[in-house]
Ligand binder design. Structure first.
Ligand code: CA
Length: 422
């Protein structure tokens, strides 16, 4: 039992009812202020707890944490302490914030340790050694296969036997709030003889969630589906920006390259797998039998509502997609077991994205490619404009939250604006 998840808990710090960050969440991130260089923090309501300050004032005494563990640019050192230790820290923070606890509430450190969210700038929470992108939504894979290949054989023969993935680019993953320039590249229209070079005309988002690993494994070893939970610290929202016209021309035979590696955006707060435990659900039934190493027992999907908003420059935002993480065909246990079954080693801070999360209804498709069916059915926006793909000045905002027993575990925002090509 994780005590910090108790739905009955209340904090002495005021938390708005619709907040993504109640006392049951306590996500970890890296923040800076005008007077603080990047340090580790935890979100609670409209505030950020400065973990360096709490550590220095002795609030974590007895937990055996290394000196300076929170006074770092990235959380890799902290999450690398392992699930048992990071769970103890989250439980302790929960204790300090509970309504009947006076340790922090009546301590002089309180003023220093609690910073209004409006005064902080969020940074990349981890440095990411490796990034892989799965393709785990059967609806997304079916839509893409129908559009680009053959509606009768939309899924390739391997799809229900293994969680398809490719290795992505870690260097261009940025934190929410970072603007992205429209990528340039080669494209070729179907009836054109030769490719041309220029800014992408079919820039898209992909609604994804990604998990971050917290335990190094040696080369040659594998992680079984039943051990995966020990290896996942938490989740972030993930927008895998994609240039569809560049992708169409380049992707055969080795898959996407420049159509994806110009930027991907993550939300800044890592929602722990611990905080998501109460929201476990069974995934879709896998009628096609899987090989023994992919068998996963128990409830390994999570009920997390997801949405995407498109906001034209200086205009109101329109919600263009509502989906749910629970729709994914392949779960994280199967993903990580498959990733390592050949002996591939895992590093602390690695990021593993789900692939675009589409549902079965047209309003739940997780990309503009699917929502507009490759531009054939433009979307009507709240301001009267239409969109086939993303235009310069548009901001894309991903949100997600799990909710049960009046507890809402949210991810905050994953936001990025598209600037004209350089
Ligand atoms: Ca993707």
């Amino acid at each position: 039992m994780i005590k910090a998840n108790n739905p009955a808990l209340k904090s002495w710090l005021e938390v708005p009812v619709d907040s993504d960050f109640p006392i049951q969440n306590l996500p970890f991130g890296i923040f800076k202020t005008d007077y603080l260089s990047p340090v580790a923090g935890v979100a609670i309501g409209k505030y950020v707890l400065d973990l360096v300050c709490l550590h220095e004032h002795g609030f974590f005494d007895g937990l055996g944490l290394p000196a300076g563990i929170f006074n770092q640019k990235y959380l890799n050192g902290f999450i690398g302490l392992g699930k048992k230790k990071t769970r103890e820290v989250r439980e302790r923070i929960s204790e300090l914030l509970q309504h009947d606890n006076e340790e922090l509430r009546l301590n002089v450190a309180r003023e220093l340790a609690i910073i209004p969210m409006a005064e902080v700038e969020m940074c990349m929470p981890v440095t990411i050694p490796n990034y892989s992108d799965f393709y785990s939504s059967v609806e997304h894979a079916t839509n893409v296969g129908t559009m680009f290949r053959d509606p009768k054989n939309a899924l390739l023969p391997n799809w229900k036997h293994l969680p398809v993935a490719y290795h992505g680019r870690a260097s261009s993953i940025v934190v929410s709030g970072t603007s992205i320039h429209r990528p340039k590249g080669q494209t070729k229209l179907p009836d054109a003889e030769l490719p041309v070079f220029g800014p992408s005309k079919k820039l898209d988002f992909e609604l994804e969630l990604a998990f971050i690993t917290c335990k190094e494994t040696p080369l040659g070893s594998s992680i079984s589906t039943k051990d995966v939970d020990d290896h996942i610290f938490g989740f972030v929202l993930f927008n895998d920006w994609s240039a569809r016209d560049i992708q169409t021309w380049e992707y055969v035979p080795l898959g996407p390259f420049l159509s994806k590696n110009f930027g991907s955006t993550i939300s800044p707060w890592i929602v722990t797998m611990d905080a998501l435990e109460p929201f476990r659900v069974a995934g879709p039934k896998q009628e096609t039998p899987v090989l023994p190493y992919l068998v996963s027992e128990g409830q390994n999907n999570f009920n997390i509502a997801l949405e995407v908003q498109l906001q034209p420059e200086n205009e109101e935002a329109s919600t263009v997609c509502r989906s749910n993480y629970k729709f994914l065909y392949w779960n994280v246990n199967q993903q990580l077991a498959h990733h390592t079954v050949n002996g591939c080693n895992i590093q602390v801070g690695d990021l593993y994205a789900s692939g675009t999360i589409s549902g079965s209804t047209p309003d739940s498709f997780g990309s503009l490619l699917e929502l507009t069916w490759n531009g054939q059915r433009p979307l009507a926006l709240a301001n009267g404009q239409q969109r086939k793909f993303i235009e310069d000045g548009d901001t894309i905002i991903l949100r997600g939250f799990a909710e049960k027993d009046h507890v809402r575990i949210g991810f905050g925002e994953c936001k990025g604006k598209i600037l004209p090509a350089l």
